[in-house]
Design a protein around this ligand. Structure first.
Ligand code: NAG
Ligand code: NAG
Length: 384
């Protein structure tokens, strides 16, 4: 009797709550942002948003997957820690994963119908193995999700802008039979497909992050500043060694085009030397004239001392955020008078897209290469 009462109240609670979130009869899309760090996950997010819109299913906003030094399992940070949910709704239907699991899953996603979606089998057996490894297991465990089966959706893919792909998904997985499509990885391309880049404008930082960035900017000298991104950790140094064989590595398409129509990647683009960095900074500072300081974001070496020395004579000082916070760094970079980033880095790509949406200028280390510059005077907005 007592147990029945609890069940009854749980039910009433769920029904009451779900009223806040009307069920979407067109279904839901759920995924694990299981590849890479923030920059890669952001690329994938824009793709997933475009895909969900193409299928007219509600996109469930997954937490961001983060890795802390020395911890064996990923940490899941709720989506709305960093970004506001409301502005995304101007483009498409979304719900946070926390709300989905609390209000929608009990009704639309019963325990015995939780199927994981992947293109083809992952591992040796006929299975997506959606929870095998880190962050795959920890991600779904955060929400106590277990899968009872796998569904291979290949040869369908995510490019709903071509090949009548949305229709094919709707035919194969009609929402009345498949209310929830739960993907073991992001249903999106990396780097972000050109058609989805503009969706970045719906990503708005939360007030908390805006304020942290503004407070720091106020502490720098009054006046314009240049934001720069120096990606130079050991993992990056190793990745850059592959530039000769991978002329379109990671986010390179943001500079070089998706078909390398603007050239191929060079080592200096991937890992600019101190000389390149200083030379380019001085050139931009001279051109813009109003610059009072430089703000540096880096995953490893901010080069503060070297840059301070190099810019001392032209009376420009150099700063970094006192705490290790890649997200606050991003917000500050998004507010700089000008930004210089790394063509190959998806973290830089995030800043570039945000600034494009705001109409602010950006350029890149060692791109266009010195010898190409005269040839392609057109890309002057990238050069500065
Ligand atoms: C998309 O789904 C919503 C309901 O969630 C519906 O109101 C809308 O008409 C649908 N749009 C299209 C283009 O089918
Ligand atoms: C550069 O711009 C000029 C004039 O706008 C145009 O004729 C030329 O084709 C462009 N070159 C490239 C490489 O896009």
């Amino acid at each position: 009797m007592y147990l029945k009462l609890i069940t009854y109240f749980t039910l009433v609670f769920c029904i009451n709550n779900s009223k806040a979130h009307e069920l979407d009869t067109n279904g839901y899309i759920l995924y694990c942002p299981c590849m890479g760090r923030f920059g890669n996950q952001a690329d994938h997010f824009l793709g997933a948003l475009g895909f969900a819109q193409g299928l007219n299913r509600t996109l469930v906003l997954p937490p961001w997957v983060e890795y802390r030094y020395g911890e064996p399992k990923s940490i899941q940070v709720p989506f709305d820690t960093y970004f506001k949910v409301e502005p995304l709704r101007e483009f498409h239907k979304v719900i946070t994963m926390e709300e989905f699991m609390r209000d929608i899953a009990p009704i639309e996603w019963p325990l015995n119908e939780r199927i994981s979606f992947c293109y083809t089998n992952r591992g040796d057996d006929n299975n997506c193995n959606a929870k095998y490894g880190n962050p795959f297991g920890p991600f779904w465990d955060t929400f106590d999700v277990d899968f009872v089966g796998s569904e291979f959706y290949g040869p369908l893919h995510y490019d709903t802008y071509n090949h009548d792909m949305a229709r094919q998904w709707k035919d194969k997985y009609p929402p009345n039979k498949w209310p929830v499509l739960a993907f073991s990885g992001a249903p999106a391309a990396f780097p972000v497909q050109a058609e989805n880049r503009h969706l970045h404008k719906y990503l708005k930082w939360t007030d908390t992050y805006e304020t942290r960035a503004d407070d720091f900017i106020t502490s720098m000298p009054k006046g314009a500043f240049i934001g720069i991104h120096l990606r130079n950790g050991i993992d990056w140094v190793r990745a850059c060694e592959h530039i000769p064989e991978s002329p379109n590595l990671f986010a390179a398409a943001q500079c070089l085009g998706y078909r390398n129509e603007h050239g191929v990647a060079t080592p200096d683009m991937c890992l600019p030397t101190k000389e390149t960095i200083l030379r380019q900074l001085k050139r931009v500072i001279k051109k813009l004239q109003t610059i009072k300081s430089v703000f540096v974001a880096s995953d490893s070496n901010h080069l503060i001392r070297e840059l301070k020395t190099g810019l001392e004579r032209i009376k420009v000082d150099v700063y970094k955020y006192p705490e290790n916070s890649p997200h606050v760094d991003l917000v500050i970079l998004g507010k700089a008078h000008h930004f210089i980033g790394n063509c190959i880095s998806s973290y830089s790509a995030f800043v570039k897209r945000e600034r494009d949406a705001k109409g602010l200028t950006s350029s890149f280390w060692a791109f266009p290469s010195e010898k190409d510059k005269t040839k392609r005077a057109n890309v002057s907005h990238l050069e500065l």
